[in-house]
Design a protein around this ligand. Structure first.
Ligand code: SF4
Ligand code: SF4
Length: 185
């Protein structure tokens, strides 16, 4: 750290597609870890990582859930892997209205990878721990923070305070109904 300047920790899950066997242990581990109560169920449709599988072409690609997008985008990527083309949305991490991926199956609310941040008993995210083929590996590095950048932990505290005040004002049920409606728009 230079001259007292602040740093942030960048967390990275490196994906080595050539090692992925499509076993889906990562999906199981993520869904169990995020079940309520924790580890009470195994349901890959609740996982924040999904494995794109093309068994004919022998291709397996683990993709972690990214941000929620309110509307389907009109920009598309076309992937060519080993000379074979893959559909434009196949590897997209977004929770998007045009498909069912990365949505909580009961509520329809978007799912996003949180890097298992509230797990203190493991130094690695659950999907990485579950992957026995080293297709997923975890790394951390420090980077200097931009001027005026708010540390992630402070943002979380701000969000928690805002959420608690909304619950106090409107009640959990009303709030969840509103989130559900927003996720459908
Ligand atoms: S890091 Fe945690 S939340 Fe993200 S996909 Fe892996 S197990 Fe799920
Ligand atoms: S646990 Fe590892 S090898 Fe199995 S599907 Fe997930 S990333 Fe691939």
């Amino acid at each position: 750290m230079k001259g007292g300047s602040k740093t942030k920790v960048i967390k990275e899950i490196k994906v080595d597609i050539s090692k992925c066997t499509g076993c889906r242990s990562c999906e199981m581990a993520c869904s169990a870890f995020h079940a309520v109560p924790r580890y009470s169920s195994l349901n890959p449709s609740r996982s924040r990582i999904r494995v794109y599988m093309d068994e004919v072409r022998d291709l397996y690609v683990p993709i972690r859930a990214g941000g929620y997008t309110q509307s389907e985008c009109n920009g598309r990527n076309l992937y060519v892997i080993n000379g074979k083309e893959y559909s434009e949305c196949a590897f997209c991490p977004a929770s998007c209205p045009s498909r069912d991926y990365f949505k909580e199956p009961d509520s329809g609310l978007p799912l996003k990878c949180d890097m298992c941040e509230d797990e203190t008993s493991s130094s690695e995210p659950m999907c990485v721990v579950a992957c026995k083929f080293d297709a997923l590996t975890y790394e951390e590095r420090e980077e200097p923070m931009q001027e005026n950048e708010v540390p992630a932990i402070e943002k979380q505290v701000e969000l928690k305070v805002a959420y608690e005040s909304l619950v106090k004002k409107h009640g959990t049920k009303k709030l969840m109904e509103t989130f559900f409606q927003l996720s459908k728009n």
